[in-house]
Design a protein. Structure first.
Length: 347
């Protein structure tokens, strides 16, 4: 659901975060929304984990603040290059808790994923503190490379959206969100249902697949009624949902999944380093917040079902947040960064 709330993107000086900035600016331009860019650091360990820039002095707040401003100026130039004027914020302290509070004020939060270290690891972190489990708005995680280290091209226009679907309340909400998202871009929607491999039922495998397809047809029917012009494809695949969605991330512009909070979110998105979708996706992953599912389940007006339902919170009431004005970096710098983060930049 599009409303007048802004898009927020987190940067930490890594190329992964600049790639997320490019995606967020492109989305904001398409949706007609404003963009805010935030850089987070904490002392005394910011030099070790927060920035790619190297500092020998630990605990130097002036150096950290200056570094943050430089990072923001480069990210601002990337947004400016797409015709999007962005405002800038600095967050100090624990970013996970601050970002949860900040999420009240946005349609979407975008972060870049580069694996170990950096802002993404601190925001995704463990399940008990992960941003997707507690945020008030959806989260998009933009990977920097695929598993083989290959840089991935990001399209200006989203034409193919995939969504993982099952009969759970998380899967149903993700399906609704994905349909709205695809319709907003005029994209086609591919709905994927995974059938777990069950020992000893090889002879009945075809009937099991048919049963899953029938269930999928039932779930899709309301979408077709709500979006008669939306092109919807459906597929039932054997095996792991993580594997199916990871594979889909290679030839879709966005993969949409539902957050299950503590248990399910770990199993589907984070999991172990060998299984998690966020570690292996080759394209942006759009995570539907747990709170939206709670809203659908409780049917209470006090529980938000979309960003529009969440009351905003003044920045001055959120500890550790400072809105600052930074000079936009030279466009040559922005173009050099864009050429680095996208092998097909300018084509």
């Amino acid at each position: 659901m599009i409303n007048d709330k802004a898009i927020l993107v987190g940067v930490d000086g890594s190329h992964a975060s600049y790639k997320a900035t490019w995606w967020a600016a492109n989305y904001a331009k398409h949706a007609g929304l404003t963009l805010q860019i935030v850089c987070a650091y904490s002392l005394p360990s910011y030099a070790a984990i927060s920035f790619d820039s190297t500092y020998t002095a630990m605990g130097d707040d002036n150096a950290a603040h200056s570094d943050a401003q430089e990072i923001l100026s480069k990210a601002k130039a990337i947004a400016d290059g797409q015709g999007v004027e962005a405002t800038t914020l600095i967050v100090t302290g624990d970013p996970a808790s601050v970002f949860v509070e900040l999420s009240r004020n946005y349609n979407l939060i975008v972060i870049g994923n580069r694996g170990k270290g950096g802002l993404a690891e601190r925001l995704l972190g463990t399940t008990s503190s992960s941003l997707p489990a507690y945020a008030y708005c959806p989260i998009v995680v933009v990977p920097y490379t695929d598993d083989d280290g290959n840089l991935r091209h990001l399209n200006n226009t989203i034409t193919k959206v995939a969504v993982g679907s099952d009969e759970s309340k998380w899967g149903l909400k993700a399906l609704d969100i994905a349909a709205d998202f695809a319709a907003g871009w005029g994209a086609e929607l591919n709905v994927i249902s995974a059938v777990p491999r069950i020992q000893g039922v090889d002879e009945g495998e075809e009937s099991v697949m048919d049963s899953y397809m029938e269930d999928l047809d039932v779930r899709i029917k309301p979408l077709l009624e709500a979006h008669p012009d939306l092109k919807v494809n459906k597929s039932v695949v054997p095996g792991s949902a993580v594997n199916a969605l990871t594979k889909a991330s290679y030839d879709h512009d966005v993969v949409v999944v539902g957050s299950r909070g503590r248990g399910g979110f770990t199993g589907l998105l984070l999991g172990s380093t060998s299984q998690g979708l966020l570690q292996h996706a080759a394209g942006p992953v759009y995570v539907v917040p747990r709170k939206y599912v709670e809203a659908a389940e409780s049917r209470l007006d006090t529980v938000p079902s979309s960003p529009a339902d969440v009351p905003t919170k003044p920045l001055q009431d959120i500890s550790g947040v400072e809105e600052i004005s930074v000079k936009t970096a030279d466009q040559d710098q922005a173009q050099d960064i864009e050429a680095t983060i996208d092998p097909l930049h300018g084509e």
